[in-house]
Design a protein around this ligand. Structure first.
Ligand code: ADP
Ligand code: MG
Length: 255
């Protein structure tokens, strides 16, 4: 399928998700154009992680539609192997970085980065190594290619996790509190890598607790509470002059 440049990179239409009786996403609409960076803020339990996880189908939504570059991600009509094939293809276009890095401990950083392109794309070892070195270079860790994760700092591990997510050349990067588990002095080196991606116009959805970073890096900011989007606006307006009392209340506590 060929997409025009005005096809949104990510689109959510009326997305609902329940866990048992608890409705965690209550009809989310969202449009992220290519090259745009949206930050998602909100209190703990507001549904931010569920939203990101729904986008790559780690959570199966109950209602609505999710589209990646015009292709529907959730496909209740597809079953079994047909759905597996579909979702594996979709996931190759999305890189996700979590709070905890989940690197493979028994593999060097370079092998962590090259695993997916070798296994999923059948990339030759030589080409995969070249790609892996390019990505480690980009996150400032070329000198750690042969190191094992246990010898790296938290900030370095998270930068490897970002390089690994980039290795499939995704169309979109999803970040779920990528710096929340880091010691404060290690946050900046990870933020710098994310800013570098922003400058290269990677489309990104960033869930973060860091208001200053969100304001600085994003084109659009969204405040969620109780499974709804309370307010979405330019970061300048959302952080300086929010319209909703719930947003003001949250920002008073977190700025
Ligand atoms: P946030 O990331 O904004 O902190 P989450 O998306 O993690 O919020 O969680 C939203 C709500 O959904 C919370 O009430 C949480 O307890 C609940 N929840 C998340 N995952 C599950 C699950 N797998 N089973 C049951 N409840 C869940
Ligand atoms: Mg969360």
């Amino acid at each position: 399928m060929t997409q025009t440049t005005d096809t949104p990179m990510v689109e959510l239409r009326g997305v609902k998700k329940r866990f048992g009786d608890l409705e965690v996403l209550k009809g989310i609409d969202l449009r992220v154009d290519r090259g745009r960076i949206i930050s998602i803020i909100g209190p703990s339990g507001s549904g931010k992680s569920t939203l990101l996880r729904s986008i790559n189908n780690l959570e199966v939504i109950d209602e609505g539609q999710i589209l990646l570059d015009g292709v529907q991600v959730n496909r209740p009509d597809l079953k079994g192997l047909a759905f597996e094939r579909h979702i594996n293809h979709i996931r190759q276009n999305m890189g996700m970085v979590f709070q905890h890095f989940n690197l493979f401990p028994h593999m060097s950083t370079l092998d962590n980065v090259t695993l997916a392109p070798r296994k999923l794309k059948g990339m030759e070892t030589k080409d995969a190594r070249a790609l892996g070195m390019e990505l480690l270079e980009r996150v400032g860790l070329a000198d750690k290619a042969e190191a094992y994760p246990s010898s790296l700092s938290g900030g370095q591990k998270q930068r490897v996790a970002i390089a690994r997510a980039l290795a499939m050349r995704p169309k979109v990067m999803l970040f779920d509190e990528a710096t929340s588990a880091l010691d404060p002095e290690l946050v900046e080196e990870v933020n710098q890598v994310m800013k570098g991606l922003a400058e290269e116009h990677m489309t990104m959805l960033i869930v973060t607790h860091e208001m200053a970073f969100a304001r600085d890096v994003s084109d659009w900011a969204m405040f969620m509470d109780g499974g709804v989007v309370v307010e979405a606006d330019t970061p300048e307006r959302l952080f300086s002059n929010p319209e909703q009392e719930r947003t003001r209340h949250f920002l008073r506590k977190h700025l």
